[in-house]
Write a protein that binds this ligand. Structure first.
Ligand SMILES: [Zn+2]
Length: 145
């Protein structure tokens, strides 16, 4: 493989052609072109089901439903990632603002942005994501992990 964003052995990243075939146009636009879905329209902004939110591209666990909260933004919001090395943060100076973009560390998929305004949350952070970048892996009641 020569792709620089080929992902890890456990979570290989599909080729661009495969992504175009497997993702919806919106999922592709968000994860590959850093688009933002319209608020209050995504699949998960108002979801409260227990489970693990995985990267829609490479399936890596990104956010646990335990850390999801209602931010009122219309996008799925979490106060921390599922693990310390799940997320890549980088400065985003688009739209005449300085924001911190969050990406899947494994495959580079654009997820959204992180803001320091989760005032009532344990970390004080709000990981504001696009539903289109995530896939909820439901957890049965009583099941671990
Ligand atoms: Zn990924």
């Amino acid at each position: 493989m020569t792709d620089t964003n080929a992902g890890s052995e456990d979570f290989p990243t599909p080729s661009d052609a495969d992504l175009k075939a497997s993702l919806t146009p919106e999922q592709y636009e968000v994860t590959q072109c850093s688009a933002t879905e319209q608020p209050f329209t995504g699949e998960y902004w108002d979801t409260h089901d227990p489970g693990m939110y995985r990267c829609v591209v490479c399936d890596v666990p990104l956010f646990d439903s335990e850390t999801k909260f209602d931010s009122g933004s219309g996008w799925p919001s979490f106060y921390q990632p599922a693990s310390d090395d799940a997320i890549d943060e980088r400065v985003d100076r688009s739209l005449n603002a300085v924001r911190t973009e969050i990406r899947c560390k494994n495959c580079g998929a654009h997820l959204g942005h992180v803001f320091p305004d989760g005032w009532d949350q344990p970390t004080g952070l709000r990981y504001c994501t696009n539903s289109a970048a995530l896939r909820l892996d439901p957890r049965q009641p009583g099941q671990q992990g």
